[in-house]
Ligand binder design. Structure first.
Ligand code: PHE
Length: 490
């Protein structure tokens, strides 16, 4: 059925033209005459939209078209320019050569081949002699038909006067034109179309329409949400930013508050407050970035707190705990620094916190490792929290992202006991891969922070790992840096 409202402007124009005539013999010619794209109109007709309004019949016309040789002629057949002048009585060779320049011999050669001309000697020297004027006389028609075909296929039999046929035969013999078969349609317009009222349909509401009040009269074309629209390459957040936003939303919805901390930290908050001994291998320069400027970060002024940390370390690990080592400035190696600071602030108050921030490790950079990455940190402070609580939070969180079948594996952290490595199932590789680390903070850590009477569950998860799994990326350089593909979007 013809949907008047959904027709495009071109289609309406076409339908309106059809209304004014009972029959269209050749749709091809009709389109050429009125400036319609024949493929577009064929598509419209074949879509069945005009069913009940027109009858259409397929026709295959033999047509004349230019050959490749014909196309190469640049619009004029050889011989034409000279024939034209000779017909006008110009026979002086010097003049003809001056006028035709380098093409003289081309045109002369063409006429000579038909034995229509010759170069006179003796008495008429310097003249071009016409031997067969009938051949010259045929040229204007040959040229006219050639030009017509160059402008568009000419239906065979359309110019079937005897001379026309002879000219077309000649053009074909020369290899300038050839016969082809062209698909065409003949349309018969039915009364239903003639009686159709094509009201004015407006596709855009303009300020003129609104100001003039005309908008009340016109019929507005409804939106077609299926319509093809051009692809627009607009700016959008990178994948990593999108991931951060998604994860932030999940934790906010779980009732967590976001926390954040500085990238430059003291070894104290990164290690000592987390009950990591001063001779722990993670503190070596191979693992951690130590800063030259600033070289130190001052320790908390709370002397009792420092004393408790010192005592804890010296009692448990032995040896001497020094403030000098604890004050060394580093780039934080994990966001658990922020958690430690928050616990110290809370002094045993309950709460749920998360952060998604950047951390730095002195690692060899490769396809899946960079010296900096993001951690999704989380901590819950409360009563009677257990390994089950921890597994519950993590399972819930990863499920929101679509990761089911988590696995937990015992591991070791100086500051948690027990400690659980988190593994997620990675369908493409058919195996489990490590996505994070977690645990319950130890009493030795919680005590100096003023949270000794509480229990906690905490985790630090890799953001890039999640992003790579979610977006099917296997190189970090596809996620970070100048080569990231903007189009990489789920
Ligand atoms: N800080 C640990 C890491 O960087 C993660 C972690 C956080 C583990 C909190 C336990 C508790 O791997």
């Amino acid at each position: 059925m013809l949907d008047l409202l959904q027709m495009t402007g071109k289609q309406r124009q076409f339908v309106a033209l059809l209304q004014s005539q009972p029959q269209v013999e050749s749709l091809n010619r009709f389109c050429a005459q009125h400036g319609f794209d024949i493929n577009f109109i064929n598509g419209f007709v074949r879509s069945g939209a005009l069913e009940g309004y027109v009858l259409w019949q397929e026709q295959i016309h033999p047509t004349w078209r230019l050959t490749a040789k014909g196309e190469d002629l640049g619009g004029q057949i050889p011989g034409m320019a000279l024939a034209d002048r000779l017909l006008n009585g110009i026979t002086d060779r010097a003049i003809l050569q001056a006028e035709l320049g380098a093409t003289f011999s081309l045109h002369y050669g063409a006429l000579r081949r038909e034995q229509a001309v010759d170069l006179a000697d003796g008495e008429g020297e310097g003249q071009v002699v016409v031997l067969k004027s009938s051949v010259l006389a045929a040229y204007p028609q040959r040229q006219a038909l050639f030009s017509q075909i160059a402008a568009g296929p000419l239906t065979v039999g359309q110019d079937e006067t005897a001379s026309g046929t002879a000219s077309l035969d000649w053009l074909q013999q020369q290899g300038y034109v050839a016969r082809h078969r062209t698909l065409d349609h003949c349309l018969t317009v039915l009364p239903a179309l003639q009686n159709l009222a094509l009201s004015d349909v407006v596709s855009a509401l303009t300020s003129e329409l609104i100001l003039s009040g005309q908008w009340q009269q016109v019929t507005l074309k409804p939106y077609d949400i299926q319509a093809e629209v051009p692809d627009v390459a607009y700016g959008r957040p990178t994948i990593l930013t999108q991931c951060i936003q998604r994860i932030r939303d999940i934790f906010l919805n779980m009732g967590f508050d976001e926390m954040s901390g500085g990238m430059v930290e003291s070894a104290f908050w990164n290690f000592d407050a987390l009950f990591t001994p001063q001779d722990h291998p993670a503190r070596e320069v191979q693992d951690t970035f130590y800063l030259a400027n600033p070289q130190t970060v001052s320790l908390p002024e709370d002397a009792e707190f420092i004393q408790q940390v010192r005592q804890g370390h010296e009692t448990y690990y032995g040896g001497q705990w020094t403030e000098a080592e604890a004050s060394r400035a580093i780039l934080r190696a994990h966001t658990t620094t922020t958690t430690a600071r928050r616990l110290y602030q809370l002094q045993g108050q309950d709460g749920k916190y998360f952060s998604i921030e950047r951390v730095f490790r002195n690692e060899t950079v490769d396809r899946t490792h960079l010296a900096e990455f993001h951690q999704i940190e989380g901590v819950v402070v409360g009563e009677l929290l257990s390994v089950r609580t921890l597994m519950g939070y993590l399972t819930y969180f990863y499920e929101r992202l679509g990761f089911k079948n988590l696995k937990f594996k015992p591991t070791y952290n100086p500051y948690t006991e027990p400690s659980l490595e988190v593994l997620a199932y990675h369908a493409p590789s058919g195996g489990y891969i490590e996505v994070g680390n977690s645990g319950l903070f130890r009493q030795e850590m919680l005590e100096p922070l003023g949270c000794g009477h509480k229990s906690t569950v905490a985790w630090g998860l890799g953001l890039e790992r999640i992003a790579m799994l979610l977006y099917g990326v296997d190189k970090l350089s596809d996620l970070i840096g100048p080569e990231i593909a903007i189009r990489l979007n789920p």
